[in-house]
Ligand binder design. Structure first.
Ligand SMILES: [Zn+2]
Length: 283
């Protein structure tokens, strides 16, 4: 188990991380983090991060953490970071123009100010996108604001990870299965060139993915790809490029293409996930 701040620094500085290094994060700031998770994590000595949507704390919503509880955890080494002010669907907006961009910036800055006012200045410039939804304009905004961005599609980190859309494996709800989670945690990121991936936000109902592999030596060519969990045939264009397109039209909202491939040793899987947000273009 590693501290996410150490892991992020290591990735940014191209430093190695221990094998199977795992960092734990929680989103939103529910009270059960304080009541149930923290005592257990403390017992094991596991560091963790909580991304807070600050309005819900300010407005004292029933099952959310209080500022006193957040302060106590923060004082004991828990990392607290930004999950927006209002947990809005930031990019589902009819007009993503300059006003939208300015309001989004204000949303992020307000949450950061609230965290800093309540907890002090050592709040990292990290932002977890509400619902894991982002687009290229929002990624650029984070870049401009000198934030790194955490998303909700699945996968591990490597030196090719886009620091404005860091993936995370879900471990709650339907994903709360220690057997399948262990397989995921033992996986390695598929070395896909993330700079060439299309925007998460699209109006296409059958979004087209072309993935370009940067390092290919240990990767078996037998891909297993899924569209929202349904198996879908992927095609190799050449040794380093494969394509995947949903065979059926996808509904408006979030979707995922996932591909895995076994290492040649057969010891672990390479894992790749591409999130989509399908939203009609109204401009
Ligand atoms: Zn959330």
């Amino acid at each position: 188990m590693v501290d996410l701040q150490d892991a992020v620094k290591a990735i940014q500085n191209q430093q190695p991380l221990p094998d199977h290094a795992v960092a734990i994060t929680f989103d939103d700031g529910y009270g059960n983090i304080y009541d149930n998770a923290w005592p257990l994590l403390k017992e094991f000595g596991y560091p963790f991060t909580v991304f807070i949507a600050t309005d819900a704390i300010d407005q004292k919503y029933g099952d959310m953490l209080s500022w006193d509880q957040i302060r106590e955890m923060h004082a004991n080494g828990v990392t607290i970071a930004n999950h927006s002010s209002d947990h809005a669907y930031l990019v589902r907006h009819p007009k993503r123009d300059d006003t939208w961009l300015a309001n989004t910036r204000q949303n992020i800055e307000h949450a950061q100010t609230r965290l800093t006012d309540e907890l002090g200045t050592d709040i990292p410039r990290w932002f977890a996108y509400p619902y894991g939804e982002f687009n290229d304009a929002l990624r650029s905004l984070l870049n401009e604001m000198d934030y790194i961005g955490f998303a909700q599609h699945s996968g591990g980190l490597w030196h090719g990870t886009d620091m404005r859309s860091i993936p995370r494996f879900a471990a709650a709800g339907i994903y709360a299965n220690t057997e399948t989670l262990l397989v995921k945690l033992k996986s390695k990121p598929m070395p896909v060139d993330e700079t060439l991936l299309p925007d998460m936000l699209t109006s296409e109902k059958k979004p087209q993915l072309t993935a370009s592999l940067l390092e290919t030596s240990d990767l078996s060519r037998a891909l297993n790809c899924f569209v929202d969990g349904h198996w879908q045939d992927a095609g190799w264009q050449d040794d380093n490029h494969f394509t995947l397109t949903s065979s059926s039209e996808l509904s408006d909202g979030r979707h995922r293409y996932n591909c895995t491939s076994q290492s040649r040793s057969g010891d672990f899987y390479y894992w790749f996930s591409k999130p989509w947000l399908i939203y009609p273009d109204q401009r």
